[in-house]
Design a binder for this molecule. Sequence first.
Ligand SMILES: [Zn+2]
Length: 347
Amino acid sequence: MVDDERLWIVRDPRFREHAPWAGHPERPERLLAAERALDGIDPSRLAELPARLALDEEILRVHTPDHLDTLRRIEGLRAQLDPDTYASERSSEVARLAAGSLVDLAKRVARGEARRGFALLRPPGHHAEAARAMGFCLLNQIAIAARALRADLGIERIAILDWDVHHGNGTQHSFERERDVLFLSLHQFPFYPGTGRLSECGEGEGRGATVNLPMPSGCGDAEYESVIEAVAIPVLAEFRPEILLVSAGFDAHERDPLAGMGVTSAGFGRIAARVREVANALCGGRLVLALEGGYDLEALGESIRAVVEALCAPARTLIPPPSSTRVVGALVQRFREAHSTHWTSLR
Ligand SMILES: [Zn+2]
């Protein structure tokens, strides 16, 4: 395992070439906010990995040939792929670049050549289904990366934690029949895209390896941190992943215009610090975050800054988890009971 605690970043100006032709919350300026968030971070604590295009073979492990053909057909064009999802002239290439970059970052971390990484990419990916773009997402980057780890490196046990405020339907559907890829999602519910009920816990062999934590609107730091501490972490510990991937959206922020949650920028920082400790304890620190949503530019920048600081700080200065000043008993209890069928650590 590598000794250095540097945070590996993927960023590339080409990620801003996926651009709406009319007002849209998923816009290139989001990554300018991310860039500003990195300013002022001690550069010796960061390392950078160049972006690269995903291969057809990598994409086809998750998506159908028809979907890949659609993305090829719209190259150089503007297209509306679903009511929420645009593609501009360069979008197919940008999505391919996002997917390939995340594959490389995840592999580098999985091989122990880097401790942890954060891919600051667009478009987001977790709503993209095998056969179609959806919810601002063209390709499901995190699913493509997880498949690459399994196919190319023989990594067997992968956990995907999705803290974007929306349920990651595409990621869930990619792995819900498999027992060795754990999908764990905290999301506002009921809310877009409508999936992610407590009762959706995987299919067939994969029963139990989908863990949905649907949160009522209005949840903030106390609820998120309690649910992560008392539900997500025991499940992760019992699952024992070899690597932890995170769909890191920041639209559960209290100032996000699309959703109704109340997480603060500092709260995201504490969550990231805790997730880093969990990865250290469970999987040699192997942790990879991929940017998903987050639509208030200032809140997004602040949150990314807090997360980057938490992930690249020397271990001894990590922000400690807060003492549970507010017990969020009922929500935690409900989740623990619902998932205890499959997870003895929750009984
Ligand atoms: Zn989202």
